[in-house]
Design a protein around this ligand. Structure first.
Ligand code: PEP
Ligand code: MN
Length: 349
């Protein structure tokens, strides 16, 4: 941490800062410039926070040098992590050596629609099935999902097709029932700063897929992940799903640079959701190619057997030609950037 004194700070002001820092067991290194004095602090950063240094007389600014998140940071955990999703005997990796394709319907609507979507997803090369049972809808009048009945369908279809399942949990009170049915818990963009929910999924003992808040900086996103990690759960996969910008051509703006930015600062895997980022099926294949090229550890994509009748996000769901194109991209491109298909790396022990 570095304390920058204002140009009119007195020697007494500097001495007071030093005394406060030393009072909590820290060391203070004073560097006097012609105009300003700066003080470098070494020691326990949390104890420095409690000093409220910005409130002290003569202090102009305080900067931190180390990451504000610890458990998810690469500063203390240099190797990038792999998160395994599924049950003993069939676990799919998401990490730096593989490319993991997840697909499924935006929402679980019926058993048939979910099953058909899962078969489409698997045929296209997907190794994890997605599907929402509790849907976070902007409008309270929109389809809210089937709830527990949807979880049961999803679990049954996952079992039947041999695909581990990921599904969203929108309320801390539902974490237990969702964890009972799903292999991975999703926290959506609208709940990415719901700290009680983040702690509850951290306690659930299942891997978590954490979407980026639509207005969250990469640092805020990693702080959200830190809430989960703090509960002892480091099986967190980050998902870039587009952020709010002034551009109306797409539903959100896919922040493709966030992938390498976050991979450089955090050891957690990072995947991309081109469906929710763009809201347009014609953009899903190009954005997926971009995700693979930029080094994403996987993608998560909406598919639907009949997008025209979809109860949620039909315009972004893939079928037919686009899905075949996506399957070809997912088969061909990851090896070009040195990654194996996650299907070939499934852990069966
Ligand atoms: C979803 O994946 O179903 C979803 C609602 O995504 P997001 O939270 O990114 O909007
Ligand atoms: Mn959706």
């Amino acid at each position: 941490m570095v304390v920058v004194m204002s140009p009119d700070a007195t020697d007494e002001d500097v001495a007071h800062v030093v005394a406060r820092v030393e009072g909590v067991g820290g060391e203070a290194f004073v560097s006097k410039g012609v105009v300003r004095t700066i003080i470098g602090l070494v020691g326990d950063i949390d104890s420095f926070h409690h000093l409220n240094l910005r409130t002290l007389q003569g202090v102009a600014d305080v900067h931190r040098i180390s990451d504000p998140y610890k458990l998810v940071s690469r500063q203390h955990h240099h190797e990038r992590s792999t998160v395994w999703v599924g049950r003993p005997g069939h676990q799919v990796p998401i990490g730096p050596d593989t490319f993991t394709f997840m697909a499924g319907p935006c929402a679980v609507e019926t058993r048939e629609q979910t099953h058909e979507s899962a078969v489409m997803a698997r045929s296209a090369g997907a190794t994890i099935l997605r599907g929402g049972a509790f849907k976070p809808r902007t409008s309270p009048y929109a389809f809210q999902g089937l709830g527990v009945a949807g979880l049961e369908i999803l679990a049954e279809v996952g079992e039947a097709t041999g695909l581990p399942v990921v599904t969203e949990v929108v309320d801390a009170r539902d974490v237990a029932v969702v964890a009972e049915h799903a292999d991975m818990l999703q926290v959506g963009t609208r709940n990415a700063a719901n700290f009680g929910l983040l702690q509850a999924v951290g306690d659930a003992g299942k891997p978590v897929l954490l979407k980026r808040g639509m207005t969250a900086t990469t640092e805020e996103w990693l702080m959200a992940a830190e809430y989960i990690a703090q509960r002892g759960n480091l099986d967190v996969v980050l998902c870039e799903r587009g952020i709010r910008t002034f551009e109306p051509a797409t539903r959100n703006t896919l922040d493709i640079s966030a992938v390498p930015v976050v991979q450089a600062t955090s050891h957690l895997p990072v995947i991309v959701d081109p469906s929710h980022a763009s809201g347009r099926k014609d953009l899903v294949v190009p954005l997926s190619r971009a995700a693979i090229a930029v080094g994403a550890d996987g993608i998560i994509v909406d598919v639907h057997p009949d997008p025209e009748t979809a109860l949620c996000d039909g315009p972004q769901a893939l079928l037919g030609t686009e899905l075949r194109e996506l399957a070809a991209a997912v088969r061909r491109l990851p090896p070009v950037v040195g990654r194996t298909d996650s299907a070939q790396a499934v852990r069966t022990s």
